[in-house]
Ligand binder design. Structure first.
Ligand code: SF4
Length: 673
């Protein structure tokens, strides 16, 4: 059972596929004039016949193209003069020059502008080099061997030229050995010469893959066209590794009757070989081994054919692909995807920082990953996107953060209706105003431009929706902090706290990250109508932890406990007969209560208010009034204190006032006095 292997790199290169696609698209257009290609579009008879059948004509020179026609510049490129000529003739020029070749045109143009002599390593009669030489206004020479290079350099040196006068480049399809052997000579004569390594990897990749496969195969089939120098070169390379190498243009060229002699058959294809020819060749060879469908070998071969089909298959839309960068220009990057089409990554599909260029980020040979956004953009390209790959990675990260309740960082970019837009890398999400902070937020001004840690509360990549919550993050942080602090606290501890806010029933005090409640009844031993009577916002106080409810996360605090309960120490501070100053706190019919100290109220009976007769307590005393009084009695058991105001007053002073109050009742006694 023979094993058939197609080389890793085989068939159309990017430049050829691009040119063929452009031609096919142009041929679909109607009413735009005849289409001429300057020279054969591709060195492949089958493809050229198909294009000719669709109406494409070939002209050797632009002068042969009739006015009013469209003229296609093939991948090899054309000299600058061709463009000028097309303009003069009013031709519509369609440029399918391969970007690799365009790069050498630029090198040639710059060399001319800088007054340098351009040495090209390659075949001067090849269309590509003819085109390149037509882009320099200065002098250019082509060499193909080290010997030719030596002779040229001797002459240039004799003219008095130095290193800074020399630039060198290669024909794209040259072998690296040939270029380096010539460069070794050129740089020996001109050590500082400007060296441009312009060999296209499409060719070298195909050559390398073919050489490797040939060394492992006992039959090597090279698919190409006899008119293509590349194809011939590929044949020569394979022959070195496998003496049984055959060259075929079509499947019918294969000596099928001999195939069964071989166990390992390799297939290589030049950059001008179309995919369909490769498939035909592989299929015909496969059929040799699948004559009898019952045969075990046949099944194996059919599986193998599937494998080949898969290798020829193109990636699907949204597929994430790996590839190797083969070309970087300022507008796009060409990526070899290991399939029969290259991928193209345009600048607008890459996240670049301001002022950054594709050439700053990518280099030829880089291995990259990207997402397929279009399998064919109409020009035969697989369109790739780094942005969307990053975007889907970002969605994965957000989804994981949502599932795992992880924290991510977002940047708030603008306020919208009822919330703000916040970006996580490439993803824009929404933070409702109610989830922006742990307090009420009127406008989002203070948050714009800020980076906030958030929790992901909702995520729907398909609908491009993500909702974030900074409030949830803060709540979790608070929970963590509470848990941390909680473990360090015990009932009975006295801790420092800051009065944060008041309510009618008490004050909330921050004790190092947790708010505890200082109930109004725990602020003072006396009676308070509002906590502000004893405290101020921001005031730092020492409070005692009275209780801790771990489940509810609540802590009750006490302030009055800092002082002894007044009745427990009354003997130390007060005694019968002692005069005190107090404040009237309550008026009753039978007397007034006077606060001696917080938690210690004494009663001044109506009869003890004044030496004169008092009819109504409120006529003599007002709530809040400060009075002097004498302690008449302290009843510790009943917790009662009797006070007398009149005992602190002069009885005569009251008598002098008496007539005015009761003139009718004592008129008889007045004369006796
Ligand atoms: S071989 Fe390279 S330079 Fe030539 S057309 Fe193909 S991609 Fe372009």
């Amino acid at each position: 059972m023979a094993k058939i292997t197609v080389a890793e790199h085989a068939g159309f290169c990017f430049g050829v596929r691009n040119a063929v696609s452009i031609a096919e698209e142009e041929l679909k257009k109607t009413g735009e004039g005849p289409l001429f290609c300057l020279g054969p579009l591709i060195h492949n008879k089958t493809v050229l016949e198909d294009l000719a059948a669709s109406g494409m004509m070939t002209a050797d020179d632009i002068s042969a193209v009739p006015d009013g026609s469209r003229v296609l510049v093939r991948a090899h490129g054309e000299p600058r003069g061709t463009y000028a000529e097309a303009g003069k003739k009013g031709l519509k020029l369609i440029d399918a020059t391969c970007p690799h070749v365009k790069k050498i045109h630029d090198i040639a143009r710059r060399a001319g502008e800088e007054g340098k002599v351009l040495i090209l390593v390659g075949d001067a009669s090849h269309a590509e080099l003819k085109g390149v030489m037509g882009w320099t206004d200065g002098r250019s020479f082509a060499v193909q061997t080290a010997e030719e290079a030596k002779e040229l350099c001797r002459g240039l040196l004799a003219e008095g030229l130095s290193s800074e006068d020399i630039a060198a480049a290669a024909q794209t399809t040259l072998t690296a050995e040939m270029f380096e052997s010539c460069m070794a000579v050129i740089t020996r004569f001109f050590p500082g010469a400007q060296v441009n390594r312009t060999i296209c990897r499409a060719t070298s990749d195909r050559q390398k893959a073919a050489a490797e496969l040939a060394s492992e195969s006992d039959l090597m089939v090279v698919i190409g066209d006899s008119s293509s120098s590349n194809s011939k070169k590929l044949f020569e390379i394979c022959k070195k590794g496998c003496k049984n190498t055959i060259f075929v243009e079509k499947s019918y060229n294969i000596p099928l009757h001999t195939l069964k002699k071989y166990n390992k058959i390799g297939v290589a294809a030049s950059a001008s070989a179309p995919e369909r020819t490769i498939k035909e060749v592989v299929r015909s060879m496969t059929e040799v081994f699948t004559k009898n469908p019952q045969n075990e070998e046949a099944n194996e071969m059919s599986q193998y054919m599937d494998q080949i089909e898969r290798s020829l298959k193109l990636p699907g839309r949204n597929e994430v692909v790996d590839g190797k960068v083969v070309l970087v220009t300022k507008d796009h990057v060409v990526v070899n995807l290991g399939c029969k089409k290259d991928g193209v990554l345009f600048k607008n599909e890459v996240n670049l920082e301001e002022g950054q260029e594709l050439t700053d980020v990518f280099a030829e040979g880089d291995e990259i990953q990207a997402k397929v956004i279009k399998t064919d953009d109409g020009d035969g390209n697989i369109l790739l996107s780094k942005k969307r790959l990053q975007s889907s990675e970002n969605w994965d990260e957000i989804t994981a953060a949502c599932e795992n309740k992880d924290v991510i960082e977002v940047t708030v970019v603008k306020e919208v209706n009822k919330g703000v837009i916040a970006n996580y890398k490439e993803i824009s999400g929404f933070i409702p105003m109610s989830l922006l902070a742990d307090h009420y937020v009127e406008t989002a001004d203070e948050f714009i431009g800020k980076t906030l840690p958030v929790k992901v509360t909702k995520v729907d990549p398909k609908r491009n929706k993500a909702v974030f919550s900074h409030k949830d993050f803060l709540a979790e942080e608070r929970r963590k902090k509470i848990a941390e602090i909680w473990n360090t606290l015990n009932v009975g501890d006295v801790v420092e706290g800051k009065v944060m806010r008041f309510t009618d029933y008490g004050a909330f005090v921050d004790i190092g990250g947790i708010d505890g409640l200082l109930h109004i009844s725990e602020i003072s031993w006396g009676k308070l109508r509002h906590p502000k009577e004893a405290l101020e916002i921001g005031q730092v106080i020492n409070v005692k932890i009275l209780s801790m409810n771990a489940e509810k996360g609540k802590i009750s605090l006490g302030l009055k406990q800092n002082n002894p309960e007044p009745w427990s120490v009354i003997d130390e501070q007060y005694e019968v007969g002692q005069e005190i100053t107090g404040k009237v706190v309550q008026i009753k019919e039978y007397g007034a209560f006077v606060e001696i100290a917080p938690g210690l109220d004494g009663l001044v009976h109506i009869s003890e208010i004044s030496h004169k007769r008092v009819g109504k307590v409120s006529d003599e005393l007002k709530v809040g009034q400060e009075v002097r009084a004498k302690i008449l009695e302290i009843d510790k058991d009943r917790r009662r204190i009797s006070l007398s105001i009149k005992a602190t007053q002069d009885p005569n002073a009251a008598a002098e006032e008496a007539p005015a109050e009761a003139p009718a009742e004592a008129p008889a006694e007045t004369p006796a006095e």
